[in-house]
Design a protein around this ligand. Structure first.
Ligand code: DQA
Length: 137
C-alpha cells in the first residue's frame, strides 16, 4: 500500500511555533516516527510539506498517477480557506483523512469550519503527534 502524508503551511515550524498549542515535537521527528511505523506495516509512506497552496494541489494531482491508496493531510490554515484543496482531494477520488495537531474546535471560531471534513474518511484533531499516528493506524 502507498500512502501520502501532506503537511500544509507553517507545519515546518512545528516544534518551535506556539509550543503551548503544538507541543515541542518537530515535523521531521513526526515524519520519521511515522515512516518507522509504516515500514513495520509494509506501507510505502511518502511525505511532503509545502507552504504553497498551488504546490499542494499539484502534489495531490500527482497522487493519482502514483496510484495511492490514501492521503493523510494536515492542511494547516488552508483547512479553513481552501475550496481548491477540497476540490483537488475530491477530484482525484483518493480517500483521505484530515488531521490536526491541536483541537481546532477549542480555538478561535474561524478554525471551527473545515472545507474538507464532510468529504474525509475521518477527522482527527487535538492529539498532537498522536493525531498523525492514529491516522496512519
Ligand atoms: C492545524 C490547525 C490550523 O487551524 C492551523 O492553521 C494550523 C495547524 C493543526 O495541526 O492543529 O496551521 O492544522
Amino acid at each position: 500500500k502507498k500512502l501520502l502524508l501532506v503537511n500544509g503551511p507553517n507545519l515546518n515550524l512545528l516544534g518551535t511555533r506556539e509550543r503551548h498549542i503544538y507541543e515541542s515535537t518537530t515535523l521531521p521527528q513526526i515524519t520519521s516516527a511515522l515512516s518507522d511505523q509504516a515500514q513495520v506495516d509494509s506501507i510505502e509512506l511518502k511525505d511532503f510539506q509545502s507552504n504553497h497552496e498551488v504546490v499542494i494541489i499539484e502534489r495531490i494531482h500527482l497522487a493519482l498517477e502514483a496510484k495511492l491508496s490514501g492521503i493523510i493531510i494536515n492542511p494547516g490554515a488552508f483547512t479553513h480557506t481552501s475550496v481548491a484543496i477540497r476540490d483537488a482531494l475530491v477530484g482525484v477520488q483518493i480517500p483521505f483523512i484530515e488531521i490536526h495537531s491541536s483541537n481546532v474546535h477549542a480555538r478561535e471560531p474561524f478554525r471551527h469550519h473545515s472545507y474538507l471534513s464532510d468529504r474525509a474518511e475521518a477527522v482527527i484533531c487535538g492529539l498532537g503527534t498522536n493525531s498523525y499516528v492514529a491516522a496512519l493506524d
